[in-house]
Structure formats: C-alpha cells, structure tokens
Write a protein that binds this ligand. Structure first.
Ligand code: COA
Length: 163
C-alpha cells in the first residue's frame, strides 16, 4: 500500500520555502499531494485556480508530487485521497502555537491522520508569502526565494509588468 501524505496550504503564492518542505516530504512518503485550499480566512491575491496553476508549474520537475485544489475540511480531503499524514512546515518559534492548534483540531476531527512537521532550510526560515507579495509590490528583488513563474505572475499582478 502506498504511503500518501498531503501538504495543505493557501500557497498565495508558492515559494521556494514551500518547495523545500515538499522535497523533504517526498523523501519520506511515496506520494505527496500538495493541496491548495480554495477558500481560507485570508484575502488572497491569486484565486484558487491561479494558485494551483503556479504550484503545478513550480513543482512539475518533482517526482511523486501531485497538485490539487480542495474545498471544505482538510481532514475530509485527506481521507478521500487516502492520506495518512498531513505535512506542515515549522519555521520560527512563532509558527508553533498556530500549528499546534491546527494539528490538535485535525487530530480531533480524524484521529487516524497525523501531522508531520518538517523544518525548512534556514534560508527560508523567515520567508512568507505575504512578505514576498509586499516586497515585489514595492519593486524589490526576491527572485532567490520564488520560482520564475511565480515572480512573473506577481510582477504582472502587482506591477502590471513581467520579465
Ligand atoms: N516557506 C515559506 N512560507 C511558508 C512556509 C514555508 N516553508 N510554510 C508556511 N509558510 C507561510 C505561508 O507562506 C503563509 O504566509 P502568509 O500568511 O504570509 O500568506 C503562512 O506561512 C501560513 O500559510 P499556510 O501554510 O498556507 O497556512 P494557512 O494558515 O494559510 O492555511 C490551511 C492553512 C489551508 C492548511 C488551513 O487553513 C486548512 O486546513 N483549511 C481548510 C479548512 C480546515 O480544515 N480548517 C480546519 C483546520 S484545523
């Protein structure tokens, strides 16, 4: 039986920090499903379809990674695709409380699905999608932190230009 893990998030947009976590997860699981949350409590820059497209484009070279979009509870989706584990990245200490809250609530909703925390490379420790959006909107260069397709999409959306 295949060991499937799900890596959920808003990915608005996906960054190299997320991809670093994804690569680490593929070393532990047979298949990792990157699941883009269609609706979250956040105001998104990119809609679900665009976030999914950027995730697919950015990870197409990775083996055993699938990209999908989901709506509703993540545990329901995990159960539907037969995932045993949920991957979350833990960056600075500030992530811990929020991540613990999510993990415990998900455990309450489905005790069979465990959360696996992975630590990203130190250069991605303080990276977040909102920081990337902010810096690009102000004309800063963050190309080392994001895939080229994401950089182009951000420039087009925020500055009306592209490389
Ligand atoms: N590298 C870079 N940034 C990272 C990162 C990494 N390795 N890991 C997390 N982040 C950042 C994200 O960029 C994001 O930054 P932002 O807030 O500036 O946009 C932030 O950390 C957290 O984002 P994300 O990991 O996408 O989590 P989220 O809180 O937006 O979404 C869901 C979490 C989608 C998994 C959760 O809301 C969910 O499961 N929703 C479905 C409904 C549900 O089941 N709810 C009950 C859950 S208990």
């Amino acid at each position: 039986m295949k060991n499937i893990a799900i890596y959920p998030g808003s990915f608005d947009p996906i960054t190299n920090g997320h991809i670093d976590i994804l690569k680490k997860a593929t070393e532990l699981f047979d298949t990792v499903i990157l699941a883009v949350a269609e609706a979250t409590t956040k105001d998104h820059l990119f809609d679900g379809a665009e976030r999914e497209r950027l995730c697919r484009e950015s990870t197409k070279y990775l083996q055993r990674v699938e990209v999908t979009k989901f709506d509703g509870l993540i545990v329901d989706y995990a159960r539907k695709v037969g995932a045993k584990a949920m991957i979350r990245g833990l960056r600075a200490v500030s992530d811990f409380e929020y991540e613990l809250q999510l993990a415990l609530m998900n455990k309450h909703l489905d005790s069979k699905i465990n959360t696996v925390f992975l630590i990203p490379d130190y250069k991605y420790f303080y990276l977040s999608s909102s920081l990337i959006r902010q810096v690009v909107s102000l004309g800063g260069d963050v190309s080392v932190f994001i895939p080229t397709c994401v950089e182009n999409a951000l420039k087009e959306r925020l500055l009306g230009t592209e490389n």
